[in-house]
Ligand binder design. Structure first.
Ligand SMILES: [Zn+2]
Length: 314
């Protein structure tokens, strides 16, 4: 969702300060904070210092940033998920998620208010509708709506909206929870693969029931073994742990090979030091309380191919 250029543009429009001057201030702020914050974060602080308030302004989705309050956006619902019920601390509640898109990007929206959810349940608002949101809050790259927020159908006409997943090409030191990222880095550590058992029919985890394995849906089954591969990626700015499941592992090596100790060791020796492009989602590991990437795609950086492409351009 972060779009530094759009943010700078907005600051330029709302102030008497030139673009160069604002960018210089952003760099100075970043340097002062020893690089602890991103360019976008520094730009937000500069905006606040200049007395620019983004509250109650209509924003494009690409302009949204974590921690904003009173967010107003208009967008089209491109993926509406079913109403979910939950029970927390003895209270029952409902929640609805959908993906909202405009011409600059898309983002997940979470509805918590019963009146908003009722609009979905009684189909006043459906998938494909253009909606208006007022007073939302951004959290982990999502917009959350409470009872203080407004949620209604909009009469605005939306042309083409951006439906592809928003992937940010980032460096690891600026990756944030909830982001879909693509990074280029070197594998610096590979852990012993682990295995877990799943139902051969639905691929869900099975539980050990006495001496046999059982699937919640399919009863007693002979489970399949699936691998989990953990490794550490370093992109020069930071290292981050990566979690990889079957589909991505198979892009690197046949998953079954990891069960063979010799082949697994050969794979690990070969994989360490490899430069890769990694796509995935940044999640917080609850156990270690640190960020990690759950891989959704991996590709080895083909140095020879890069050289060929460079030569072809000359
Ligand atoms: Zn099953």
């Amino acid at each position: 969702m972060q779009n530094y250029d759009l943010l700078i543009e907005r600051i330029v429009k709302s102030s008497d300060v030139s673009r160069d001057e604002i960018e210089r201030k952003v760099e100075a702020k970043k340097a002062k904070l020893s690089g602890l914050i991103s360019k976008e974060g520094a730009a937000q602080i500069i905006a606040a210092e200049l007395g620019i308030n983004f509250d109650n302004q209509d924003l494009k989705i690409s302009e949204l940033m974590a921690g904003m309050r009173n967010v107003n956006v208009v967008g089209k619902i491109i993926n509406l998920f079913p109403v979910r019920e939950y029970s927390k601390n003895g209270r029952d509640g409902k929640v609805v998620n959908f993906v909202l898109a405009d011409d600059t990007g898309n983002t997940k929206v979470v509805l918590w208010d019963v009146n908003h959810i009722a609009l979905i349940e009684n189909e006043t608002i459906k998938n494909g509708d253009v909606v208006e949101i007022k007073n939302g809050t951004t959290r982990d790259n999502e917009i959350h709506l409470s009872g203080f927020s407004e949620f209604k159908k909009s009469s605005a006409v939306m042309g083409d909206v951006k439906t592809e997943a928003m992937v940010s090409e980032v460096t690891l030191d600026s990756a944030r929870q909830g982001q879909s990222v693509k990074v280029r880095g070197v594998v610096v550590q590979v852990f012993q693969p682990r295995f877990y058992r799943v139902c051969p029919e639905c691929n869900k985890k099975v539980i050990l029931d006495g001496e046999e394995y059982a699937c919640a849906e399919h009863g007693k089954v002979t489970p399949k073994e699936k691998a989990i591969l953990n490794f550490v990626l370093d992109d020069g700015t930071e290292t981050m742990r990566v979690v990889m499941f079957s589909d991505q592992i198979n892009l690197l090596t046949p998953e079954a090979d990891l069960k063979d100790e010799g082949k697994a060791t050969a794979f690990r020796d070969d994989f360490i030091g490899t430069e890769i492009y990694l796509s995935g989602n940044v999640k917080r590991n609850q156990l270690f309380n640190n960020l990690e990437i759950v891989a959704s795609g991996v590709e080895k950086v083909d140095v020879e191919k890069l050289v060929e492409e460079l030569n072809a351009k000359e």
